[in-house]
Write a protein that binds this ligand. Structure first.
Ligand code: SF4
Length: 911
């Protein structure tokens, strides 16, 4: 039975604003009137923050259909648009903006009617949850409770509903096996499927990949293969064939590491072909992410019990509904809708994960149900672990899960290894980092809320049992008071720093402002200067800061030793769970000590000689003129050095693969970017060209008449091309400022023509959801920056034109200059640019049926960079008018003509 709904509905797009009730026809209204009406009466809407943005209204509340959907169908995927909702609810989508308000009311009625449906299988827990939400004045609560039947007996609540993980015995080391070539080919054929043809390139790839599983001949010398396989080779099945064969025969685990979530999801789909039975799949394949991705049940419990207030508390209850039905508790790339936290402006969602390393392990009442612990345990027994580069690096660097150390590793999207390592092995002595450490040691100060506790509260039992340990905790607390506290940024701006670290930051700030030569002062973005010939004031402050940090390291080190002694010679009260907690504390303590030592080493550099292994600089991070962080930074000149030592050398076999592994250079470049260069046993190489017919499927158009630095011309070009293509455009920018200005100029105009435009850094929607929206609507276009250049997998008609506003020149910062100097100057830049252009072009042709244009809106494209595109791709330098005509008429079937024209133009326009 459908529920009557007496509220009006509001819809706002770039094309206008519409309002209606179930009885009254839809009216178009103005922004001011819409905002006024929304403040008086609760209105049904879809994605309130987005509607608020379209109205130009800072805060808008109402009956958000997405929140109702998240309550009724937790952990279910839906694209957060009227069309997406229609699909999820099996309704006819509205054909025009005008029809949307009536549709929203219909969708709301349909959702509310589910609550009375006996077949609704996510009922458990809904009653209690709705009651709690009513107390929080959730706008839907009364409507929901009116439809829900009170359960006859108390229902299982989240924490009793979740299954407990089982402790399993340690895995025995893998057997020594050698894979036979015909067995690999048979496995590949069975994965590809009986009727499908395996391609020669894929067969060769599988054979080459099998070699990394051969028995190792010398310790510290893994078999390493670098494989560049063009898009469409089918490399995932190509390596899954030998990997799964080896894992079963040897009873071992193969770790497959990716960079993007899109590839992780694809791998999960492909791995189902190996283990078609659902239960077997669950036991053999595990997806692993960094712990900060998962919901921490203890943080959630705290949020539900008053730790969160207002809207954040509502979010906590909707997250609790989700957690009860989630497959794995992953809040970032799992089954929590990416749009849910953004409805609450991310208010509180990060505080629900374990971002700060405050886990108390077995001391936690939810330890046996913890999502993180469950994922870590299941990977010990798995045959295939699907992880990401960041997790691989962090586990190796922090010595986590030593007993579960990967020995056979496949790095897909291997061209990103360098960047993943670069951030993992970075050190930053900044205000934000140091205040974080202060909170970890001291705990909440002043009016801070929540369950967060300092060291003394977390280790109270240790302190009362072990006098020396207790003293060390107290000394660490006193020493941590030298670190920056709340309000440090304001104190620095006012010239009243407090304590030795704030004083150091103040001198750094002054030195950066004095020496910065990036001319970024006016633009409001970051400022930096080399750590060379520092001012005497910086040298003095660095010496004082080092003394303060040493004073903190000493008690932390003593505490670590006391904890280790306690584990070695356990007291009576140290039962299994207390032991696990002490072990957990030891691990996070040693990571903190390593961090402080790295800071002290950086300070030594400020007063001493240069260390050629590192690049050091001072920076002020700013966003739109606001200072966000200040401090000293250090990166490895070559971050693959530590990776080779702690990840590659201890393993037995490693495959690094990607469609652009050589990153627009040669194998030497691939060796350097993957760390193979630092191995004693040389890596082997494999390459296979893409099977796609780029001559027939794609065309590159270089537009020669857009004046650089003319925002109106740039926006006009985007609008003309998007209109010519009828949407389906991915627009890539190298600067957020230009993206925003282009979006602001053209979004309304395009919307009136039925061509919705979305943009990263503008729309209050997470990037993953933006891509889902784009994929779902062939008329939509999406603008974005770096994350979209490599993370978008949209095969088919939804993506038929990629526009790059200009050549992606590297940012000329201090770090880039140092690496450029070491790796060949302009050649180094060219390799980086070609790699970025190849990755952007790679978004266009994802399958043998895809067709499309790649447009570069810059005449300054040197010919030497054009090898970024696959051989055979026609390239033309033309005017915007000609480009618009080409895009409008689609790819001509006469590819010869296009290619010849391209060659002629290349010859007459050498650069
Ligand atoms: S074990 Fe740690 S991460 Fe897991 S729920 Fe408890 S405190 Fe959170």
């Amino acid at each position: 039975m459908e529920t009557p709904l007496a509220f009006p509905a509001l819809h706002a797009s770039h094309a206008g604003i519409w309002m209606g009730t179930s009885k009254v026809q839809v009216q178009t209204i103005g922004k001011g009137e819409a905002a006024g009406r929304a403040a008086e009466t609760p209105m049904v809407m879809l994605n309130a923050p987005l509607v608020a943005q379209r109205l130009g209204y800072a805060d808008l509340s109402g009956l958000d259909l997405l929140e109702l959907f998240a309550f009724i169908y937790p952990a279910r995927f839906a694209v957060p648009t009227p069309k997406g909702m229609a699909k999820a609810l099996d309704l006819t989508p509205p054909a025009t903006d005008q029809e949307v308000p009536q549709f929203l009311l219909l969708a709301a009625r349909k959702l509310l009617s589910v609550l009375g449906d006996a077949a609704w299988d996510q009922r458990e827990g809904a009653w209690d949850s709705a009651l709690a939400l009513m107390r929080l004045r959730w706008p839907w609560a009364n409507l929901v409770l009116a439809q829900l039947k009170k359960p006859e007996r108390p229902e299982r609540w989240l924490f009793s509903r979740l299954p407990e993980w089982e402790e399993a015995p340690p895995r025995t080391p893998p057997r020594v096996v050698t894979l036979q070539a015909d067995a690999v080919q048979q496995r590949l054929a069975s994965l590809v499927g009986g009727s499908a043809e395996t391609r020669q390139g894929q067969r060769d790839f599988a054979q080459a990949a099998a070699e990394i599983f051969a028995p190792r001949t010398r310790k510290g010398e893994p078999h390493m293969l670098l494989a560049e396989a063009g898009t469409g080779i089918g490399k995932t099945l190509g390596y899954l064939a030998p990997a799964s064969l080896w894992a079963t025969a040897a009873d071992g685990t193969v770790w497959i590491s990716t960079f993007t979530k899109a590839l992780q999801r694809q791998l999960v789909r492909e791995a189902k072909r190996i283990y078609p039975d659902h239960e077997t799949f669950k036991s053999k394949v595990v997806v692993r992410k960094g712990r900060e991705n998962y919901l921490c049940l203890l943080n959630l419990e705290d949020a539900l019990q008053g730790g969160f207030a207002g809207r954040a508390a509502t979010l906590a209850h909707l997250v609790a509904r989700w957690a009860a039905y989630s497959h794995d508790g992953d809040m970032i790339g799992g089954d929590l809708p990416g749009w849910l936290p953004t409805l609450f402006r991310r208010n509180g969602s990060t505080a629900l994960t374990d971002r700060r390393g405050e886990c108390i392990y077995a001391g936690c009442p939810h330890y046996k149900k913890c999502f993180i612990e469950r994922a870590a345990r299941s990977s010990v027994q798995a045959e295939i672990v699907i992880a990401n580069h960041a997790l691989m690096m962090v586990n190796a660097a922090r010595g986590r899960e030593e007993q579960n150390r990967p020995s056979r590793i496949i790095f897909d999207e291997g061209h990103h290894l360098f960047d993943a390592a670069d951030s993992m092995f970075a050190a930053a002595l900044t205000g934000q980092e140091t205040i974080e450490l202060r909170r970890w040691v001291i705990g909440p100060e002043g009016k801070a809320r929540g369950r967060r506790r300092g060291l003394s509260a977390r280790l109270a039992d240790v302190a009362s049992y072990d006098e020396e340990g207790g003293l060390a905790i107290e000394m660490a607390r006193v020493a941590a008071e030298a670190l920056p506290g709340e309000g440090w940024l304001a104190r620095l701006a006012e010239g009243t720093p407090s304590g030795p670290i704030e004083r150091l930051l103040a001198t750094i700030r002054a030195m950066v402002f004095a020496r910065d030569e990036t001319n970024a002062t006016e633009s409001g973005y970051g400022l930096e200067t080399e750590l060379a010939d520092p001012d005497p004031s910086v040298i003095d402050a660095a010496a004082d800061a080092a003394i303060a940090l040493e004073a903190l390291t000493r008690p932390l080190t003593v505490l670590g030793q006391r904890l280790e002694a306690m584990i070695a010679d356990p007291p009576d009260w140290l039962d299994g769970s207390a032991r696990a907690r002490v072990e957990g504390a030891t691990a996070s303590l040693s990571w903190r000590i390593d961090t402080v030592r790295a800071w002290i080493a950086m300070l030594a550099r400020a007063v001493g000689p240069v260390d050629p292994e590192y690049v050091d600089w001072l920076a002020i991070d700013r966003f739109e003129g606001r200072e966000m962080d200040i401090g000293m930074h250090r990166r490895w000149l070559d971050p693959m050095k530590p990776v080779a030592e702690i990840v590659l050398k201890p393993s037995h076999g490693v495959l690094a693969t990607s469609a652009t592994l050589r990153s627009g250079g040669d194998w030497k470049n691939a060796e350097a970017r993957t760390g193979a260069l630092h191995l004693d046993r040389p890596a082997t190489h494999f390459s296979a060209m893409s099977p796609f017919d780029y001559t027939a499927q794609a065309e590159v158009l270089i537009v020669t008449d857009i004046k650089k630095g003319d925002p109106a011309a740039l926006a006009g070009a985007y609008a003309s091309l998007i209109t010519a293509s009828g949407g389906g455009v991915l627009g890539l920018f190298t600067a957020i400022r230009r993206l925003r200005s282009t979006y602001a100029r053209i979004a309304d105009r395009l919307a009136r023509d039925g061509l919705p435009l979305y943009a990263q850094h503008v729309d209050p929607i997470d990037t993953g959801t933006l891509v889902d929206i784009f994929r779902d609507d062939p008329h939509a276009s999406l603008l974005g920056t770096d994350a979209l250049r490599d993370g978008v997998d949209v095969p088919g008609h939804s993506l038929r034109l990629v526009i790059m506003e200009q050549v992606p020149w590297p940012r000329p910062n201090i770090l880039h200059r140092a690496r450029r100097l070491k790796h060949g100057g302009m050649d180094y830049d060219d390799r980086m640019i070609r790699a970025k252009m190849a990755q952007a072009f790679g978004r266009l042709i994802r399958s043998a049926d895809d067709k499309g244009h790649f447009v570069l809106l810059s005449s300054a494209v040197p010919s030497r960079l054009l090898s970024a595109f696959p051989p055979g791709t026609p390239i033309r330098r033309i005017t915007l008018d000609e480009a618009v005509k080409s895009v409008k008429s689609g790819l001509s079937s006469d590819t010869n003509l296009r290619q010849e024209a391209g060659q002629r133009l290349e010859e007459s326009n050498p650069i």
